[in-house]
Write a protein of this length. Structure first.
Length: 391
């Protein structure tokens, strides 16, 4: 196990009928808030009125800021930061999924910075100050409600980059599984695969020969996502399944599962970010379209990890017993791909709606992310091959 620093200061309020405490929680940080959300869904569901009324009852004045996109964009975040400054707000309240919370983090940092907000994302500046954030999660997927990461797309350059700082970690996160009952199965599938990808990236790239704590975390959480999604397919209002998926989403990428893991990296996110930046597809859909091809490309170098995945998570021990290593890996990847397809997630770029991808542009952006994220051992030829395999 490697040296690490783990920091997870978010107070998580989890369960049914928990939003009644949001006013009390917000008052700790002041009396003026920027309420950030996406489109009209929270208005139609009544969640907007519930949150706003609870805040007003607590004596907190609200400035609305709506219109966050599924892949949040830099210009909208810049306007949000300007609105926060103009309204002299003391906190950001994010009501939505990971995209809303990610952009809220950008706004929180941008409201305390006189330079170009993109400086944080291309790593030419570090975050020194940010407004406090309270998150109401409605689409668990990215762990943005419990981590320090924010991802934005710059439409001027078609780049999708991330930044991170302990100052961006939400102070409080409200997780009510009942808010997720009405999420369509398609987007529940995308979110589920996003959660699994966050867990499996470090699991497959780990070079530790003995990491029972972290491996155990990942194996338990991925199995929880698989079984929970299977139950949700049968009954979208299954409380326990929705609750388990929401809690797995909060834990998957808050730093716990990869703490101290040698070699852990995020090559599939490196490959996917250009897809959703250039083609504006759902992040989870992009991940499911690329992940099986990455596994097939890397199977010779990560075969022991794939076999462990097959035995511990997919429970294929009996089926792969006696097979050659390469054959066992193929069996495991095929089984995993079958499950992905049965969820409704795309298994190729074509299924994700990308029929004629600009592979040189994708490779160029992935190469940039290799540098920013410190991901080594991928040549341009490697990247091109994986994208072509995913067609």
């Amino acid at each position: 196990m490697q040296n690490f620093e783990f920091y997870s200061p978010t107070r998580v309020v989890f369960g049914n009928d928990i939003l009644k405490d949001i006013g009390t929680s917000a008052r700790v940080f002041g009396t003026k808030a920027l309420l950030v959300y996406g489109q009209d869904s929270i208005r139609k569901s009544g969640l907007y009125d519930e949150v706003k009324n609870l805040l007003l009852e607590a004596g907190i004045s609200i400035t609305d800021y709506s219109g966050v996109q599924p892949n949040p964009e830099l210009p909208h975040a810049r306007k949000g930061a300007a609105a926060a400054i103009d309204s002299k707000v003391e906190m950001i309240i994010a009501v939505g999924g990971g995209s809303v919370i990610d952009e809220s983090k950008a706004i929180a940092a941008g409201a305390c910075y006189s330079g170009n907000l993109w400086d944080f994302y291309n790593q030419t500046a570090s975050i020194k100050k940010a407004l406090p954030i309270i998150a109401v999660q409605t689409l668990p997927a990215t762990s943005s409600e419990t981590n320090q990461v924010s991802v934005l797309t710059n439409p001027e350059t078609n780049e999708k980059f991330g930044t991170g700082s302990p100052l961006l970690v939400p102070k409080v996160a409200f997780l009510d599984p009942s808010l997720t009952f009405t999420i369509p199965l398609e987007y529940t599938a995308y979110a589920s695969f996003d959660i699994m990808s966050h867990l499996l990236e470090g699991y497959f790239t780990s070079t530790d020969s003995y990491a029972p704590v972290q491996d155990g975390f990942v194996e338990g959480l991925v199995k929880a996502v698989i079984t929970s999604f299977n139950l949700i397919q049968k009954n979208p209002r299954d409380w326990d399944a929705r609750a388990s998926l929401m809690w797995a989403g909060a834990l998957a990428w808050n730093g716990l599962c990869k703490a101290g893991v040698k070699g852990a990296s995020t090559p599939n996110h490196m490959l996917e970010h250009p897809l959703s930046a250039v083609y504006n597809i759902a992040h989870g859909a992009g991940l499911s379209a690329i992940f099986p091809s990455w596994l097939r490309y890397k199977k010779d170098t990560i075969a022991p990890r794939i076999i462990r995945f097959g035995e511990k998570i997919l429970e294929l021990g009996d089926e792969i017993k006696g097979l050659q290593e390469s054959q066992a890996c193929d069996k495991i990847i095929d089984t995993f791909s079958l499950w992905i397809g049965n969820t409704g997630c795309p298994l190729s770029l074509k299924e994700a709606g990308i029929k004629n991808p600009n592979i040189p542009e994708l490779v160029k952006q992935a190469r940039t992310l290799c540098g920013l994220w410190g991901i080594e051992d991928y040549t341009d030829e490697d990247l091109e091959t994986i994208y072509k395999m995913a067609l």
